[in-house]
Design a protein around this ligand. Sequence first.
Ligand code: DAT
Ligand code: MG
Length: 141
Amino acid sequence: MTDIERSLILVKPDGYERGLTGEVLRRIEAKGYLLAALAVLSASREQLAAHYAEHEGKPFYEPLVEFMSSGPITAIVIEGQDCIKGFRSLAGATNPTEAAPGSIRGDLGRDWGAKVQKNIVHGSDSPESAAREIAIWFPAL
Ligand code: DAT
Ligand code: MG
């Protein structure tokens, strides 16, 4: 038995603009995870700096923050046993060219020649990251 877990998912501005928010939600629900919170919002610079603190100083950091500010995003908290690892598997590899077909990034993403990979979704990578990220996007939870 593993404990019920929560993960923070973002549908990024490319997913929003391409009308893929519903498709991402569909895959989350089809997998069997529950939706615990959902909000369409415009990310503030402060939220993005906190969310992506681990990447500060990397060559793709500024393009990443710029991209994540370029349009609406959808923040989602999902719930279910081992859903952090499970959603990372649904999302696929960071580079959408290499992401396996069947995954969100593999089926729906591609390289667009930008300085940052536009790969449709974010998913927390550990229980510690999930707790930290949920507090950034849903401080009331
Ligand atoms: P992930 O989103 O798979 O957890 P990450 O946390 O390492 O990947 O990076 C955050 C985002 O930054 C990622 O979704 C896309 C972008 N990114 C990461 N590495 C990159 C690189 N080498 N070149 C361009 N963009 C990159
Ligand atoms: Mg990451």
